[in-house]
Design a protein around this ligand. Structure first.
Ligand code: ADP
Ligand code: MG
Length: 638
């Protein structure tokens, strides 16, 4: 047995320090957390060469008293806990009291610090654990810590460092998490001489998210809020903007970045049936829970957490996110590629008149406009045919003057609308042959709901419904819409309705499909099927879901079976899968003929119900094209 020797003190210190300081990013994390704990309002982080050469953190926090500076660099020196009891209610970020000590052993540190009430500050240098300088200094309030040449005295550790860019990226990740969890602090990151990121410190999470996650992601975020014993707040992206990876997911527990599979799963569950399969939501979820419900025994540097009641966390996050999606999601908007430099040429009134002088306005043309539900107003030059807003205006085939129609009258009365139209204003604004004026605009004080008039316009390519609501046109995929409506209906009922077949149908299945069906008879029964094993790879179907009553039985059983064959589907998802199949099969198909009445009903249901945003596979049901966007394109507005 080799003889046991006691390690030299310096060697033991180096090993211990190495455990705390793994790489430049771990130093940055400790320094930034110290600045946050010091109550700073502004924190600047500067790094060179991935932090390997140089790390500087400057804050305007409380500073360190001159007599405490040396202490701060001793192991187990901390101002943050005094008794063992303090450990349970710890709210500050770092509390092991060894970050500065450990870092000073494996690098060269220079510190400037001053408390606000002191006349002078302190300038301190410590290298490889040895004090090199301690002097009074006229530095600004707050603290600057500079860490140079990390691991210069531990070549073995140095070898493990990755490329500068990789170390720099890890530092940026640490910075992002801290900046997002403290929107009330203005953070700045300078990387190799250039400002890489900065936040405003205005206290709004949305501002911090804008600076850290970028405009593209942050423009898709909606707020989340849930306030019970667990407080859930933050931001989550709209389902249509889920991403290929989980890289934009941030969870903060009592202000500290953590990773929790429970939070991730709850959030993703809330997106189920709204987001595309294989895409992940972007989110910033902040949880506030009583400290005693979190396992504090986990090492503070580790970011995985355990909760004493994981289910409660799951439910709270799920409800918060689900509500946010239901309340805050809006339909994806079509943005037309308007190019500013491409000038839209407009005729002057004079030019227009000279061109149209020769065009007579025929009764047929008038009739046409009348049919379009619009007021007709020929140009001023056609004095003989001018109609004013409150005379002669005919509407629809029954020839009732527009403002005398019953529905128009009640609409006007209900909305307190001023129908006196200022003619000269219209004529000056528009140099068109007819002035089209849809239902007059209600006065501003009208509640918004009264504007929700949904108008079915038509269908294109036998697939897309065009409808109008408020100040926008909508393009609706008729199949996706119907599929979603069917799916919602199935989900809403506790048990799907069944339709008995007059004669049972025998369906022949492949080996895998057969066992998928026989293994899942309970799920299929819940979905409305009545199926039994009939031997020789056949099943006998006695009843089918009512929604599918006129469909090919063989087809629907085979399709359902295929959806259950896939290995590893969680039990809880099987019924949803069958519902997907039923909803899809029962839905009208793109390319098929559908009556206007059906399409109109579909458009109205889709546009009046915010729960019909995505088909069950996550494709959008409708796109919105705003009037503003169109007007921009036509050069009516800039
Ligand atoms: P801990 O943060 O766990 O207490 P550290 O080694 O990180 O241990 O810091 C030791 C002490 O130094 C802190 O408790 C704090 O009093 C002081 N300190 C460190 N950084 C700062 C700072 N930026 N501003 C004010 N005080 C600081
Ligand atoms: Mg600390």
């Amino acid at each position: 047995m080799p003889k046991i020797n006691l390690m030299p003190k310096e060697m033991a210190e180096l090993i211990a320090a190495g455990e705390v300081v793994e790489r430049p990013a771990s130093v940055v994390k400790e320094l930034l957390e110290n600045s946050v704990d010091a109550g700073a309002k502004h924190i600047t982080l500067e790094i060179n060469r991935g932090g390997i050469l140089y790390i500087r953190v400057t804050d305007d926090g409380c500073g360190i008293a001159s007599e405490d500076v040396r202490l701060a660099f001793l192991r187990h020196a901390t101002s943050k806990i005094k008794t063992v009891a303090d450990l349970d209610g710890i709210s500050s970020l770092g509390f092991r009291g060894e970050a500065l000590a450990a870092t000073s052993i494996v690098s060269r540190i220079e510190l400037f610090t001053k408390q606000i009430d002191d006349v002078f500050g302190t300038h301190y240098i410590i290298e490889g654990g040895e004090e090199k300088l301690f002097e009074e200094n006229g530095c600004p309030d707050g603290t600057t810590v500079i860490v140079r040449d990390i691991f210069y005295n531990t070549p073995a550790r140095m070898k493990f460092l990755k490329k500068d860019v990789t170390e720099g990226n890890s530092i940026a990740a640490v910075f992002e998490r801290l900046a997002l969890s403290h929107p009330e602090i203005a953070f700045r990151l300078i990387r190799d001489g250039k400002t890489a990121m900065s936040t405003s410190g205005d206290g709004k999470l949305s501002s911090a998210a804008y600076s850290i996650l970028g405009r593209e992601i942050s423009s898709t975020l909606i707020p989340i809020e849930y306030n019970c014993d667990i407080i859930v707040s933050g931001l989550v992206c709209k389902p249509a903007y889920c991403r290929k990876s989980r890289s934009a997911q941030y969870t903060f527990l009592n202000g500290r970045y953590v990773q929790s599979n429970t939070v991730m799963a709850a959030c993703e569950q809330a997106f189920k049936n709204s987001a595309m399969v294989g895409k992940y939501p972007a989110f910033v979820i902040c949880l506030n829970v009583p400290v005693q419900t979190v396992d504090v025994n986990v090492h503070p540097a580790k970011i995985q957490v355990r909760f004493s009641d994981e289910k409660k966390i799951f439910d709270s996050v799920y409800i918060a996110v689900k509500n946010a999606i239901l309340k805050g999601d809006t339909r994806p908007e079509i943005k037309l590629p308007f190019q500013r430099e491409q000038k839209v040429t407009r005729m002057t009134a004079e030019e227009y008149r000279s061109k149209t002088e020769s065009l007579p306005i025929t009764p047929i043309e008038n009739a046409y406009f009348v049919k379009q539900n619009t007021l007709v107003k020929p140009t001023e030059t056609k004095k003989d045919t001018v109609v004013t807003a409150n005379e002669k205006l005919v509407f629809n085939s029954d020839d009732t003057p527009f403002f005398e129609r019953d529905d128009v009258r009640s609409f006007i009365a209900k909305n307190n609308i001023d129908i006196s139209i200022n003619e000269t204003e219209i004529c000056e604004k528009e140099n068109t042959v007819t002035e089209k004026e849809a239902l007059p605009k209600p006065k501003k004080e009208c509640p918004e709901e009264t504007l929700k008039e949904i108008k079915y316009i038509g269908e294109v390519f036998s697939t897309y419904i065009i409808a109008q609501m408020d100040d926008a046109a909508y393009f609706i995929d008729k199949h996706a819409a119907h599929e979603r409506i069917n799916f919602n209906r199935l989900k809403k009922n506790a048990k799907a309705e069944s339709q008995q077949l007059l004669l049972p149908v025998t369906v022949h299945l492949g080996r895998e499909e057969l066992s998928a069906v026989t293994d899942n008879l309970d799920v299929l029964t819940e979905a409305g099927f009545e199926i039994e094993d009939f031997g020789n790879s056949n099943v006998l179907v006695r009843a089918v879901p009512a929604m599918l009553k006129n469909q090919d039985v063989n087809d629907m059983v085979v399709e359902s079976a295929k959806n259950l064959v896939i290995k590893g589907i969680p039990e809880s998802e099987k019924l949803d899968r069958i519902y997907h199949t039923i909803a899809c099969k029962a839905a009208i198909k793109g390319g098929n003929v559908t009556t206007d009445t059906e399409l109109e009903a579909l458009a109205k249901e889709v546009l009046s119900n915010n729960d019909i945003m995505y088909c069950p596979h996550g494709r959008p049901v409708a796109f919105k094209l705003s009037r503003k966007e169109l007007e921009k394109q036509f050069g009516r507005i800039q």
